[in-house]
Design a protein around this ligand. Structure first.
Ligand SMILES: [Zn+2]
Ligand SMILES: [Zn+2]
Length: 305
């Protein structure tokens, strides 16, 4: 199976503590790294998890609250000091460039590489990145400032060729790609060998949805339906539902209700308030609604399967 992992760099909210770093994750798809959010000191966690800076080319920022983007500037500066030359692409709402560009011009005027901002509209569900193997689209969320989550979707993979059949029918090298794309094989004496005999289906493409920060928001359900893994914020417990509403966050129970309604396979809770002393209470609350739930934790790697 191809590698598709989520590395949790930070899962605390609002302010850094000795217990939690702030929001940041790295999706590793076939050894290409994609960062989601970049809270303060995300680069230290990146190093601690032994991830490779040279494999990181794309950063997605959900919203412009400090706990999701204060680490960006330090990371950009560090990449310059490490001698980076490849472009760094940052996907964020339009204000991000207005905020960060003047700081980069002041502190990093001799940066050895280009920082390219790609603006998206956080109110729309749109495709913002695509390559040979992956699509990333936005998930409009509701929070105190414009915010979007991100849906990472693998593209369908080619079926696997059955090696023994290749040998048996002596299929020439020049026709292997056509067979991979679904073509039947015609032997030199005109016999048609159906594609299904030559291949076995590829694994279904995997999907990962990141939803932080947001109030309980049912409009995301059709977008994230049936994903393999959902990360949803769970800043508070139900005992603090008033505070949750005021700050436009979600409780653990609400995150689980979204997971259940969207029929996801696994839920990861994160974005924990520093006021919560026992996060197992969040887990218990969520598991009552959606049992296949885990707590995020710095250093945790979750395989999307
Ligand atoms: Zn936050
Ligand atoms: Zn926020």
């Amino acid at each position: 199976m191809e590698r598709f992992e989520i590395n949790i760099l930070g899962c605390g909210s609002a302010l850094p503590t000795t217990k939690h770093s702030l929001s940041s994750q790295v999706v590793n798809l076939r050894d290409k790294l994609f960062m989601i959010d970049c809270g303060e000191a995300a680069q230290l966690q990146f190093r601690a998890m032994k991830l490779s800076f040279s494999r990181l080319d794309h950063i997605f920022i959900s919203h412009l609250h400090g706990d999701h983007c204060f680490g960006l500037f330090g990371l950009i500066s560090t990449l310059g000091m490490l001698g980076r030359t490849a472009d760094l692409d940052i996907y964020a709402q339009p204000d991000a460039e207005k905020v960060f560009r003047p700081m980069l011009n002041y502190f990093c005027s001799e940066l050895s590489y280009r920082v390219v901002f790609h603006a998206f509209d956080p109110k729309k569900n749109t495709l913002i990145f695509e390559d040979r193997t992956l699509k990333v689209s936005t998930i409009p969320l509701r929070h105190r400032v414009p915010t979007a989550g991100f849906l990472f979707e693998e593209k369908p993979k080619s079926p696997h060729i059955v090696r023994e059949m290749l040998d048996f029918y002596q299929i020439p090298f020049s026709q292997i790609n056509a067979v991979k794309e679904g073509a039947d094989f015609v032997t030199p004496d005109g016999q048609i060998v159906p594609n299904a005999r030559l291949t076995r289906p590829a694994e279904a493409p995997k999907r990962y949805a990141y939803c932080s920060d947001t109030i309980y928001y049912e409009k995301i359900i059709p977008i994230i339906e049936n994903v393999d893994v959902l990360y949803h914020e769970a800043t508070f417990c139900e005992t603090r539902s008033e505070r949750t509403k005021q700050t436009m966050h979600s409780t653990a129970r609400q995150a689980a209700e979204i997971a259940r309604a969207a029929n996801v396979k696994q839920l990861i809770l994160g974005h924990f308030s520093a006021r919560i002393t026992d996060e197992n209470l969040l887990l218990k609350e969520a598991c009552e609604v959606f049992p296949n739930t885990i707590l995020a934790k710095e250093g945790l790697t979750v395989t999307v399967e």
